[in-house]
Structure formats: C-alpha cells, structure tokens
Design a protein around this ligand. Sequence first.
Ligand code: PNS
Length: 163
Amino acid sequence: MSESLAVYPGSFDPVTNGHLDLVERGIRIFNKLIVAVVNNPGKEPLFSLEERIDMLRETTRKYGHAVQVDSFDGLLVDYLVEKKAVAYIRGLRAVSDYEYEFEMAMTNRRLVPEVETVFFAPSEDFTFLRASTVKEVAKLGGNISSFVPPYVEQYLKEKFQKL
Ligand code: PNS
C-alpha cells in the first residue's frame, strides 16, 4: 500500500488515550492519517470544534506529517472522496460497538463502494474507555489521568470548573 491515505473520523469530545492508541495503529498501516473531527451542530458536544481540534493537534504533534488534524461537515463519504482516502478507520472495542459500526460501514459502502472501512482492535487497556465516561468521571471530580493525556486532562478540569 504505497502512499495510502486513511481518515480517522469521530467526535473526539475529547480525544482519549484510546483514540490515540488507534492513531498509532493507523499510521503503522497507512502512510498518512487524517484525524477528522465531525462538525455536527445538531449533536451538542462538550467542547467546541476548535477546542477538539486543538487537543488533537497537541496530542498528535509527535507523529509529524504522518498525522493531520482536520474537520468535516456533512457526509463522511463525501469527505473521504474529496481527500482521495482509500479507507477510514474505526476502533471496535467490544461486541457492543459492532452493530452500530457495521451499520455505518454498510451504509457508507452503499454510498461509495470504493472506500473501505478498516476496523482496529484497540489495546486491551482501552477496551472499556469512552469519551462520555471520561467526561462524567471528570465532572464528578474523579481521577482521569490514565484515560486522557495531561493536556486534555487540563482542558477537562478547566471546563468543569467553569460550568
Ligand atoms: O466518534 P463518533 O461520534 O462515534 O463518530 C461518528 C461519526 C462522526 C464517524 C459518524 O457520525 C459520521 O460519519 N458522521 C458524519 C455524517 C455521516 O456521514 N453519516 C452517515 C454515516 S452512516
């Protein structure tokens, strides 16, 4: 697979160590990975698009040109075609992820058959990790240092102090 470009789409509200584990796995297989934050005004995220992008840029800086952070509006498949991506990647943590992920993969394939969905098995350390749980633990004052990088931990602390 020479010069292959893949997209890692998601809400990243906020990026967790589980997402970053997937980024590392992605760049082992693809030459370039665009981490694409969905800009979905209908789905009220805790962090703004700009904040989510900033956290991702900071925490993926060490991968240099192999990882780019971007955002997209509208359909994922349209973004994949625009970027000439050969695939997009998703993590399958547990069987409970499967139904939604498979439905999304089949819908996207029907829309654009050329683009592949590639599922990664995350590190077993992160099979339980969800951004929503991290936010809840942070909101209630729990220790989230093993779930997110220090930069994101600081963002969460500041967010919940302000709320
Ligand atoms: O991190 P998430 O919230 O599980 O990511 C979901 C995401 C952003 C990948 C998905 O909602 C998406 O692709 N949204 C863009 C709109 C779209 O293409 N919808 C049809 C997908 S079947």
